[in-house]
Design a protein around this ligand. Structure first.
Ligand code: NAP
Length: 247
């Protein structure tokens, strides 16, 4: 894969899918900006691991749902590198409960962490990438945006919002040379799915045609493709990475 840009910011890259996105994009030669909210040590370890393999990495801690912090982080990157070529809005949380027990606060916190953070990132990326008439953004949504899921009214709303928001940003970005796409992962082996009880995991695996959870690297390779020059004619698209669970 070839990349005309040189650097990428990945939100929530200290663990899980985000960490593998950083590993994969660094291996393709991009300088990766590893964002975290609370796992500073893990972010530092990942930076060291990437540098040991000859890659370029920097750590940038901020809460992606904090507008000022996100805007300042993008400024820091521009001051350092002169540009931001790519952004991956990956930071996300869950706070699962049945809707009848869900408080407005439980709903809004997840919307803020997952959807508002991605909005801020897309907006700032569009501003800075427009100046170079070049850039690409990938938003990490979820299969539950497409299927719904009991116990995840808040999370599925946040992830569904990301898909329609991606299309609207794609329309605004296209005349300015900036592409926006989304990925809807199915069940991927990370801390987020590790929390599930074994019997629930078995029940999900029985519904996955490829009969296993996905690996974070398998999402990361799809991110790399969407950012790469090979996807230059793709914008406003959603790619499913779900083992065939929802087609
Ligand atoms: P994870 O293992 O729980 O990691 C979440 C990451 O997001 C961490 O690096 C965490 O940083 C960061 N984060 C959370 N809130 C943040 C905030 N406000 N600002 C900055 N960083 C924040 O999750 P994951 O499974 O890798 O999921 C990554 C993304 O994929 C999420 O958007 C998730 O919804 C989506 N996804 C996951 C699956 C799955 O099966 N795992 C399926 C579909 C979609 P700290 O550790 O520093 O707090």
């Amino acid at each position: 894969m070839t990349f005309s840009g040189k650097n990428v910011l990945i939100t929530g890259a200290s663990r899980g899918i985000g960490a593998d996105i950083a590993r994969v994009l660094a291996a393709y030669g991009l300088k990766v900006w590893i964002n975290y909210k609370s796992s500073a040590a893990k972010a530092d370890e990942l930076k060291a691991e990437i540098e040991e393999k000859g890659g370029l990495a920097a750590v940038i801690g901020f809460d992606a749902s904090d507008e000022k912090a996100f805007v300042d982080a993008v400024k820091t990157i521009i001051e350092s590198d002169g540009e931001l070529s790519y952004l991956v809005n990956n930071a996300g949380i869950t706070n699962d409960k049945l809707a009848i027990r869900m408080k407005v606060e439980d709903f809004e916190n997840v919307i803020r962490a997952n959807l508002t953070s991605a909005f801020i990132g897309c907006r700032e990326a569009l501003k800075v990438m427009s100046k170079k008439r070049f850039g690409s953004v990938v938003n990490i949504s979820s299969i539950v945006a497409e299927t719904g899921n009991a116990g995840q009214v808040n999370y599925s709303a946040s992830k569904g919002g990301m898909l329609s928001m991606t299309k609207s940003f794609a329309l605004e970005g296209a005349p300015r040379g900036v592409r926006f796409n989304a990925i809807t992962p199915g069940f991927i082996q990370t801390d987020m799915t590790e929390e599930l009880k074994d019997e629930i995991k078995e029940a999900y695996i029985s519904k996955i045609p490829l009969k296993r959870f996905g690996k974070p690297e398998e999402v990361a390779q799809t991110v790399a493709f969407l950012l790469s020059d090979g996807a230059n004619y793709i914008t406003g698209e959603t790619i499913k990475v779900n083992g065939g669970m929802y087609m």
